[in-house]
Design a protein. Sequence first.
Length: 262
Amino acid sequence: MLRHLAPALLALAIACREPPLADRLAAGTWVDLTYAFDSTTIYWPTAQPFRLQVVSAQRTAAGYYYAANNFAAAEHGGTHLDAPVHFAEGRHAADQIPLAQLMGPAVVIDVAPQAASNRDYRVTPGDLAAWEAVHGPIPAGAIVLIRTGWGSRWPDRARYLGTTKTGPAAVSELHFPGLHPDAARVLVERQVDAVGIDTPSIDFGQSTTFDSHQTLFGANMPAFENVARLDRLPATGSFVIALPMLITGGSGGPLRIVAVLP
């Protein structure tokens, strides 16, 4: 376990050298990149939505207050993890992803201007090259976060998904930006640890073959979808920790993702 954690811990130590690591974590500015799960949470049109059943929210006969709930939902909805096995047979399930891949220095690729004029925009290798021309090579072990500006549309289903319909008939009406498969291949070559995006899917809404999913997941690279508040993060310098629900054999699951700012 320590061997797998070493790269992430080293990156965290470097990112947090000034001020000291303990001070950075205790007093640093943290950004929650997670949407809350409730009745407004957006799910894929064919998925079961989040449901909360109140079991108790009252004072008991013994005089103390007791609250408890049941919840149910699909793995893929709201801010969540896509495990590699989601689109790549034999690759990591949710409980098999090394912790080191779920934490690391963040690289934020901002394509909001392009997506504002094209809701089906796909991040290209040229977008990645433009980022690298300014900031240097995307480092191995980084967590790449793609900002399309779609977070400003949450939780308006019509604007965020492109449709308010549910069920299989809604899938063909989905419109939102994503990652082009050619860019996904570049990120695999860069050996980044994970890729996140502020839309419902790493692939754009009109995809029917989910090629970017297949490319990333074939390399055992997990993805984070519906990531919130990416406008709060700089292009470089923040550090991300993304911890999903640990579902044995899961193809994904609810994710709590946070970042500490430089």
